[in-house]
Every structure is written in C-alpha cells, then in structure tokens.
Write a protein that binds this ligand. Structure first.
Ligand code: PBG
Ligand code: ZN
Length: 326
C-alpha cells in the first residue's frame, strides 16, 4: 500500500468516514466512579487537588451515586474515611464501619447500581500502611486475615464486588476462601493485580487521609520499572481466584495494560488515578490545555491499550458528554 495508490486521508475526509472506521469507542458502560465516604450528615468537603470531588457523608454520597446511575454509569467504587484509626485498622472490618454503612445505603436506594468496595487497611491504620506493622515492616501474613475480614464484611453489607488494593501476597486466595466459606461464592474479586508504587496517588492520599506516616509503600507495591513482573503478579492473582484484574495507574502504564490484554483472558480494568486527574484539571485551570479534550483522549487511549473498564474521577463528566453526543 503505497502512495499514491493508497491515501490514508481518503477515509479521514468526513466525520461519517471517521466514525465508520473508528476502532475504539468510549461508552458509559466502561466507567466506574470512585467515591469517598465520611461519617456525619450533609457533609461535602471539597478535595483541593481533585476539583469536583468531595469527601461525602452517606446522604450526599447516595445523591452523587444516584446522579451517576441516572447518567448510565454502571458502578461506583467506595473508599471510606473512618472516625477512628488504630494499629490494626479495626474500623476497616467493623460491622458498622463507614464503607459497610455506605454500601447498605447505596444498595438500599439504588439496588441496580453496582457497588464495588476498595479493600485495604491504609485509611484505617494510624500508621497509614496497607498492612499491619511488625518490627517496623508491613507483615504480609498477619495482614491477610484482616483483609479477608474486611472483604467479608463488605460483602455482608451488600457489596457486589470487592477490590483488594493492598498488594499483600496471597490476599486474593485468602479473600476467595473466606467469601466461599460464607456462601458468598457469587461475589467476584476485582484484584488490583499490577499496582505500582506511584507518585500519582498523591491527591488520593489527601482525599482519603491515607498517606503512610513513615517510609513508603515500596516493599509491597510494584517498582515502576518492571513489566515482566506485572505478568507474574496478574497470573498469580488469577490462579488465586481473581475475576477481574486491574492495572494501576493507567496512563503511565499503558504498555502494561496492552501486554496484559494480550496475554490474559480475563476482563482487564485500569485505574485512571487521582494524579492523572489532578494534572489534567490543573492544566485546564492554567488555560494551557483543553481539559475536556485531553480527558476524552486520555480515556480513549486507556481503552485502546486494552482496558475493558476504567475507574476514573472523570466518570460523571464523561458520561454527560457521551449523553450529549448520543
Ligand atoms: C489504597 C489505595 C490507593 C489508591 C486506591 N486504593 C492509594 C495508595 O495505594 O496509596 C489510589 C487511587 C488514586 O490515586 O486515585 N491502597
Ligand atoms: Zn492501602
């Protein structure tokens, strides 16, 4: 196919041609909206580095969830900010914990909206790590049971799917066994399988008050330089019973999404994280980029790389635009 016999521009000439040959189409079905729950009433604390996002008390969280549902967004992902933190993160698996209560409230009002819960300890531990500390280290095996209890209590509260984000080895198997033993074999696990130790989580830690109080997460989250290891992590989680596997963050790891899509036959999720959101919002505010276009291009690139679904703080904005266009 050589010029002048072949002219790629022929099929770019009109909008109709471009629509017809478009390979990747973003739809509202692809979107999952993350939300932050706090206790109290009528609370809507703006998150400075994530304009348009708030820490929401359950009444307001249900309102936002309803708005998302009415726009056709199929699922929300819940994060909790507990009233009390301690060394074992006990509020994470308390029956009346913030996420447990939020799940109940959302499912009660919006039974057809899928509720996914983030399963981790970092928002609930006073040291801010994703597991329990023994000898100044995050102890893997001592953490597993607490994660499984957290997932179980979310499922008991009515969560449609649980999503462990801690990166402890063996947690998917532990959670799967615990759910199965409790007859919750229908609750799938979306595993944050290839989760990198990323500076792009900065705004989230402000939103969720979950920054580690000492050290960092390098002993459990993946080194950003590694790709082959991601395949190993993902394979392991699948063998342990994961139903959906996630790559996180998304944009700096499109190569990982692409490789995993090619090598793995399960649905792949990508998390377009807080820092990715904040950069676009900041660039837009400065007047340096067209935020709306950059948002749509970014989400399309994540889907083109191979993601079947995208967790994104842009979910509502994107759903609105897709609706306008429909
Ligand atoms: C907790 C968790 C984090 C995110 C999701 N779950 C932060 C972290 O690992 O420190 C990040 C999400 C985002 O940045 O949007 N384990
Ligand atoms: Zn964590």
């Amino acid at each position: 196919m050589l010029f002048p016999d072949y002219r790629p521009r022929r099929l770019r000439r009109t909008r109709a041609f471009r629509r017809m040959i478009r390979e990747t189409v973003l739809t509202v079905d692809d979107l999952i909206l993350p939300l932050f729950a706090v206790s109290g009433k009528s609370i809507k604390n703006p998150i400075p580095s994530m304009p348009g996002h708030y820490q929401l008390s359950i009444d307001n969280l249900v309102k936002t969830a309803k708005e998302a549902f009415e726009l056709g967004i199929p699922a929300v992902m819940l994060f909790g900010l507990p009233d009390r933190k301690d060394s074992l993160g006990t509020s994470a698996y308390a029956k009346d914990g913030i996420v447990q209560k939020a799940v109940k409230a959302v499912k009660n009002k919006l039974p057809d909206l899928m509720v996914i819960t983030d399963v981790c300890l970092c928002q609930y531990t006073d040291h801010g790590h994703c597991g329990v500390i023994e000898h100044q280290m995050v102890d893997n095996d001592a953490t597993l049971d607490l994660l499984a209890r957290t997932a179980l209590s979310h499922a008991h509260a009515g969560a449609d799917m649980v999503a462990p984000s801690d990166m402890m080895d063996g947690r998917v198997a532990e959670i799967r066994n615990t759910l199965d033993e409790n007859n919750l074999y229908n609750v799938p696990i979306m595993s944050y399988a290839a989760k990198y130790c990323s500076a792009y989580y900065g705004p989230f830690r402000q939103a969720a008050d979950s920054a580690p109080q000492f050290g960092d997460r390098r002993t459990y989250q993946m080194d950003p330089a590694n790709a082959v290891e991601a395949i190993r992590e993902v394979t392991m989680d699948i063998e342990e019973g994961a139903d959906i596997i996630m790559v996180k963050p998304a944009l700096p790891y499109l190569d990982i999404i692409c490789r995993i899509r090619q090598e793995i036959d399960l649905p792949v999720a990508a998390y377009n994280v807080s820092g990715e959101y904040a950069m676009i919002k900041a660039g837009e505010k400065m007047g340096w980029i067209d935020g709306r276009k950059v948002m749509l291009e970014t989400l399309t690139s994540i889907k083109r790389a191979g993601a079947d679904m995208i967790l994104t703080y842009f979910a509502v904005e994107t759903a609105r635009i897709l609706r306008e266009r429909a």
